[in-house]
Design a binder for this molecule. Structure first.
Ligand code: GLU
Length: 312
């Protein structure tokens, strides 16, 4: 048994679709191929976007596709961990409540270029004595006070070298919209460390957030895992796969009689493994390799997956 610990981290904000599954396949194969462990962590802190029933459906879909895992966690049951981390940051003077809207941040940034990230100019630094004082104005968020100037460098297992000066690009980034710190950014950093995750496999839309995660790990004295950011599956308009691109939900393919092996085989082919014939997830263990995986996006639309029905 190796010391590798990976994780599958679905958000129950919608149904599991082929974009999520492609990332989870790589995460699962990376762990199992080296005899490591894999965890399932339900990231259900995104109220009110979380959909009732979506967590149970995602678990059912994953099992049906052939995934298994060694432990299961639900973030909404882990609030004390996030509160403890937040308290440590408070004691170190590294968090503050902020009431700025996105518009406020945009207005403070002169002539942002298209696609450029919004850098938070620190408007609320030192402004409020407490969360409650901020909350009297507008629902606040906790921001991490970025002291470190200089480049954070990471060697991503798929994307390669990535560098970012967080103070220059993001500024003081948000941690959570919750008084106890129960929000994605703080939770992902606390949980990956607390669960002993050694490698994080996820979509590369999160790559620009990762240097911030690393600064947070350093502030909390937590280890930095290996990162492996994979290209997204997108619709014909180049945007992250979503409802507007048609129905690519696993549950809908199931209902249409498409088999798990067909779905796995087609997604595997998009990663450069196999010819697209139906295959079981575990059968890919001998075949998959990150080196074969294309670095570009995978464009999918409903009509391309319509053809999957021919394999029924
Ligand atoms: N729960 C996040 C998502 O579904 C993944 C976050 C992560 O892997 O760090 O997009």
């Amino acid at each position: 048994m190796s010391g590798y610990v990976g994780r599958l981290a679905p958000s129950p904000t919608g149904a599991l679709h082929i974009g999520n599954v492609r990332t989870f396949m790589v995460a699962w194969l990376r762990a199992r191929a080296c005899g490591g462990r894999i965890l399932l962590r339900m990231e259900d802190l995104d109220h009110p976007r979380d959909k009732p029933g979506a967590a149970a459906q995602a678990i059912d879909d994953l099992r049906w596709l052939g995934f298994d895992w060694d432990a299961e966690y639900v973030q909404s049951a882990r609030r004390p961990f996030y509160r403890a981390a937040l308290d440590r940051l408070k004691r170190a003077g590294l968090v503050y409540p902020c009431v700025c809207s996105r518009r406020d941040v945009e207005n403070a940034q002169s002539a942002p270029h298209a696609g450029e990230q919004l850098r938070y100019p620190g408007t609320c630094r030192g402004r409020f004595a407490s969360w409650e004082a901020a909350a009297a104005i507008r629902p606040p968020c906790w921001r991490f006070l970025v002291q470190d100037h200089g480049t954070v460098r990471l060697e991503d297992a798929f994307a390669g070298e990535y560098m970012q000066d967080v103070a220059e690009t993001l500024g003081d980034f948000p941690l959570a919209r919750d008084v106890d710190g129960a929000g994605y950014t703080l939770a992902v950093v606390v949980d990956d460390a607390e669960m002993g995750v050694t490698e994080v496999v996820r979509g590369d839309d999160l790559l620009p957030a990762t240097p911030g995660h690393i600064l947070l790990q350093r502030a909390l004295g937590l280890p930095t895992p290996v990162y492996c950011h994979l290209p997204l599956v997108v619709g014909p308009d180049g945007r992250r796969l979503a409802k507007r691109h048609g129905d690519t939900r696993i549950a809908s393919y199931r209902a249409a009689g498409i088999t798990a092996e067909t779905i796995i085989g087609r997604i595997a082919a998009s990663c450069g493994w196999g010819d697209g014939s139906p295959v079981r997830l575990a059968e890919l263990l001998g075949e998959f390799s990150l080196d074969a995986m294309p670095h570009g996006i995978w464009v999918v639309d409903e009509s391309s997956t319509e053809r999957w029905k021919d394999d029924r």
